[in-house]
Ligand binder design. Structure first.
Ligand SMILES: Cc1ncc(COP(=O)(O)O)c(C=O)c1O
Length: 378
């Protein structure tokens, strides 16, 4: 019997949410309105009562956070080279310069031991990324940023539902940015949210979110800053509200599946495994780093033939043409380059069962052995 294809991720959207979306579509109000407000209130509850504003992406959230933090031309923003390119693009978008710091190969997150050496008088902010939902050490991070007077925009795109020291990511810290893209642990199809620190003007954030517009009374309107088009729709927010009800169950399921991966993956294959964190991490992804002798593209094709999806998250940012043109080159961040060249995301989503994990591990071992055997025979 051929088993159905197992993608590397798949959203779980329940019937109640689908019915709720239909009700919003019939309501006559489909763009930003009451559902967005309800979604923001729920997100705020999860973030310890802090102010949260919904956006149409987790890229827009970071761009606006940088603007609110006063980051612009002549400034530097420290970040990791191993992330979705959005993490660095937003710095360019506001006219500042990204400064990359190599990763810790164990966590695959920015190496906090190297951050201070990258700080210059032009450094304004840092954008740490919780890759695969494994939080960057918040205690050490904020100790560094407080010492140097830097703003933090936590790129928590992948870590909604994760925690640090028993507190939810988003419930503390400076700016915290979430993404609700279709692949994320909680989705609004496309979308994001920004948790705002107390010293930030919420009204200014809202104006940046929508064309700089301030509405005055029934018929008045003023524009005093250049805003963009970042508002979330009510349809999307309704999806998000339905998703939030499952947050704990989804996270628990992901953790259990990740634990099962550690039980099933063949250590003899020589793959690097993620940090075994079943407390803080929300297991947004289960990522391995392939041994150097394995050609990733061939392996992905072989997995696909065996009915298994996989993904690459991510090639390093500084080696994209856009960034090379700014002077970044190979060899600058060797840990990130090695991990970026060999990283592979295996299937992990809440609707999976343990047998799926076993199937992935068998296919992985089979495909790696087949590649090695074929090379030996050649
Ligand atoms: C680490 C990271 N940062 C930023 C983003 C951007 O989020 P969005 O796609 O919602 O704009 C993503 C989403 O893919 C991400 O994974």
């Amino acid at each position: 019997m051929t088993l159905p294809f197992l993608p590397f991720t798949r959203p779980s959207i329940d019937e109640e949410t689908i019915a709720g979306v239909a009700a919003v579509l019939r309501s006559g109000w489909i763009t930003s309105g009451p559902q967005v407000q309800a979604f923001e209130a729920e997100l705020s509850r999860h973030c310890g009562g802090r102010t949260v504003r919904a956006f149409n992406s987790g890229t827009g959230t970071m761009e606006i956070a940088l603007r609110l933090a006063g980051v612009g031309a002549g400034h530097e923003v420290i970040t990791t080279p191993l992330s979705w390119v959005a993490t660095a693009n937003v710095t360019l978008e506001v006219g500042a310069r990204p400064v990359f710091v190599d990763i810790d190969p164990a966590t695959r997150n920015i190496d906090l031991n190297r951050v201070e050496a990258a700080i210059t008088p032009a450094t304004k902010a840092i954008i740490p990324v919780d890759l695969a939902g494994l939080p960057v050490d918040r205690d050490r991070l904020y100790a560094i940023t407080r010492k140097h007077g830097l703003r933090v925009i936590e790129d928590a795109a992948q870590s909604y539902g994760a925690s640090w020291g028993g507190r939810n990511i988003g419930a503390f810290g400076d700016f915290v940015s979430f993404s609700f893209h279709a692949n994320k642990n909680i989705t609004t199809i496309e979308g994001g949210a920004l948790v705002l620190p107390d010293d930030i003007d919420v009204k200014l954030c809202e104006r940046y979110r929508l064309q700089g517009v301030e509405r005055i009374g029934f018929d008045g309107m003023e524009v005093d800053v250049l805003g963009g088009k970042f508002n979330l729709t009510d349809v999307a927010a309704r999806v998000g509200l339905g998703q939030l009800k499952h947050l704990e169950e989804f996270t628990a399921r992901r953790r259990a599946l990740a634990e099962h991966y550690f039980d099933c993956i063949d250590a003899e294959l020589g793959c690097d495994l993620p940090v075994m964190d079943f407390e803080n991490c929300n297991w947004h992804m289960f990522q391995i780093v392939l041994p150097r002798d394995i050609v990733r593209a061939e392996l992905m094709a072989a997995l696909k033939e065996r009915g298994i999806g996989s993904g690459v998250h991510y090639p390093v940012i500084h080696l994209f043409k856009l960034y090379r043109a700014m002077g970044f080159h190979e060899g600058m961040f060797p840990q990130a380059e090695r991990v970026g060249a060999g990283i592979l995301t295996l299937p992990l989503f809440p609707a999976m069962v343990n047998a799926d994990v076993e199937r992935v591990c068998e296919a992985l071992a089979d495909a790696i052995h087949a590649q090695r055997n074929a090379r030996r025979a050649a």
